[in-house]
Structure formats: C-alpha cells, structure tokens
Ligand binder design. Structure first.
Ligand SMILES: [Fe+2]
Length: 145
C-alpha cells in the first residue's frame, strides 16, 4: 500500500504539472492547423484536470493525504517543464504523445499495485483513465501520420 500511495501522489503531481505544461502548448502552438491544435490541447488539459481531482479524492477515500502544494509537486514530479516559446504543431503532438504515454504507464503501474491489494475502487478509476489515454493516443497517432 505504501508504494501505491507514493505513486498515486506522484501521479497527482504529474497531472498538476502537466496542467501548466499543456497550457504552455495551448498558448504557444504555432503554424499549420494552429486553431485545431490549440482547441485540442484545451480538451486534453481539461481531462487531466478531472483526473487530478479524481486521484486526489481517491487518496482521501483510502485514508491518505494527497499532495496539495506546487512546491511538493515539483519535488516529486517526473515531468520536465518547457520554455514559453513557439512550438510547431508536429512538435506539440510529439510532446503530447510522450506525456500521455508516460501517464498511461504510471496509471497502469498503480492499477496493478491496487489490484494486488484488492483496492477495486482505485482499479476501476484508473482503468477508466487509461481507456481515456488510449483514445487520445489514437487521435494523436492519426494526426502524426
Ligand atoms: Fe484558452
């Protein structure tokens, strides 16, 4: 359970930092299909923001405290922040793909730990989130063809 809680808090931190990173891309995307990618990134950070709240509330349900400060997020996150500058649309898609792939891997690791603990509420929540990442990774892979 201890490792599961630690990774759930890392997941909370990653989602929080990605909320900022994806806003950066939303604001700074440039070039072909600008508006389409601008709107698409907004859809993604809305999904991540919902997942962020859902995972933090799940930590409360299992009797734990979610990390809840920007300082603590930066201490534990594995997300690399990026400069505020122009990002061409293919570059934006590549960054989105990498970040969603990482989130999917972390959510899967936590899902499997929760399953070992018979923590089915966490398993169900994460399976839904993973299904959501799969759908967006499919959209992104089609856009990158
Ligand atoms: Fe906006």
């Amino acid at each position: 359970m201890e490792k599961q809680v630690k990774l759930m808090n890392q997941y909370v931190a990653d989602l929080a930092v990605l909320n900022v990173k994806f806003h950066n891309l939303h604001w700074n995307v440039a070039g072909e299909r600008f508006e389409q990618v601008h709107v698409y990134v907004e859809k993604l950070y809305d999904i991540l923001f919902e997942n962020y709240d859902e995972v933090a509330e799940r930590l409360k349900m299992i009797g734990e405290y979610p990390l809840a400060s920007l300082r603590s997020y930066l201490e534990v996150t594995s997300v690399e922040e990026i400069d505020s500058k122009d990002y061409k649309t293919p570059e934006v898609y590549e960054i989105l793909k990498e970040e969603l792939t990482n989130l999917r891997a972390l959510a899967t690791e936590i899902r499997n730990l929760a399953d070992d603990e018979n923590d089915f509420g966490t398993v169900a929540m994460l399976e839904d989130q993973i299904g959501g990442y799969d759908k967006e990774l499919y959209f992104i892979s089609q856009a990158l063809k």
